[in-house]
Design a protein around this ligand. Structure first.
Ligand SMILES: Nc1ncnc2c1ncn2[C@@H]1O[C@H](COP(=O)(O)OP(=O)(O)OP(=O)(O)O)[C@@H](O)[C@H]1O
Length: 289
């Protein structure tokens, strides 16, 4: 279990970029959602023991950051937002090196673990090639593998699907889901679809502040009665407020729009529709005018 109490981070001379966070995270997939600059990476870096909170306490499986940072590091796997692997090592050598650094000294066990991880992230065929020859998506998959190796009880992944193609993205979500069955997987993203189907709990961070914590259904409910579907002409379409428009699908004649707004749009044929998680997120962040 992870417990954050009053966690605040303030860089010198600046306002707090993470402000008074109080959350308890249990086993399972936990999504951290927020726009660019919300403070997600800062919060995850503090959880990964790479930065200290200015005030507040972080407790992981009963260990506190102040007293047990070294032991906490031993139970955490972390994929930072910008992941760099040794370019002159092969993928297999790199994972072997990471496993050794994590204290897996038994050679046969380490070798088996590395092969399993390569298979999991679909890199077996490239495992003898140097990392410098990998595509962005392959490097990202290697990053995911290095975070998972050693069987951490807490896996922290910061925007892990950036650079993955759609097939890999789905594969990756399934992998995290399986991994989270008896441990904590903390996944930060600004892509709602990444957490829609997999997280039982999520938090929304905006400008350093926690705006929502709970089940995805509760977030979707924020847009209840505020989501509208309407078919408009091309002339009407240009008058729709861009910050209210969730999606627009061009039809043979006109455009089918999904709008998040407190007030029913002024078109007779506008119908209220069931909100999705994305609608709820947009309504929460935009304050659905
Ligand atoms: N070392 C630093 N010194 C000063 N300000 C910083 C530092 N690191 C981050 N910030 C600021 O803290 C705020 C939060 O940044 P952070 O990277 O945590 O957000 P994020 O939610 O992860 O954003 P993104 O989705 O764009 O990665 C931003 O305004 C950023 O400019």
């Amino acid at each position: 279990m992870i417990e954050l109490k009053g966690v605040t981070k303030q860089y010198k001379g600046n306002i707090a970029v993470v402000s008074n966070i109080n959350i308890t995270i249990e086993n399972g997939m936990f999504g951290l959602l927020g726009p660019n600059g919300a403070g997600k990476s800062t919060l995850l870096r503090m959880l990964a023991t790479l930065q200290k909170p200015t005030t507040g306490t972080i407790c992981v499986n009963g260990m506190t950051m102040e007293n047990d940072a070294h032991r906490i590091r031993g139970v955490i796997g972390y994929l930072p937002q910008t992941f760099q692997a040794q370019p002159l090592m092969t993928g297999r050598e790199f994972l072997d090196y990471v496993a050794l650094m994590k204290g897996i000294s038994h050679t046969a066990a380490r070798k088996r673990m590395v092969e399993e991880m390569l298979e999991e992230v679909n890199l077996t065929a490239k495992s003898k090639d140097k990392v410098k020859t990998y595509s962005g998506g392959m490097r990202q998959r290697l990053g995911i593998a290095q975070a998972m190796i050693g069987d951490p009880s807490v896996l922290i992944v910061d925007e892990p699907t950036a650079g993955l193609d759609p097939e890999e993205r789905v594969r990756f979500r399934n992998l995290l889901n399986r991994f989270s069955s008896n441990r904590i997987v903390l996944l930060s993203t600004h892509i709602v679809a990444d957490i829609e189907t997999s997280c039982d709990q999520l938090a929304v961070l905006n400008q350093g502040e926690l705006q929502y914590v709970g089940h995805p259904d509760g977030l979707a409910a924020h847009a209840e009665g505020k989501v509208w579907q309407v078919k408009v002409s091309d002339e009407q379409f240009v008058h729709i407020q861009p910050d209210e428009l969730v999606s627009a699908k061009r039809l043979d004649r006109g455009v089918l729009c999904r709008i998040v707004s407190v007030k029913k749009p002024a078109y007779v044929e506008a119908i209220a529709v069931t909100p999705s998680l994305e609608d709820g997120y947009l309504a929460l962040l935009g304050g659905a005018k």
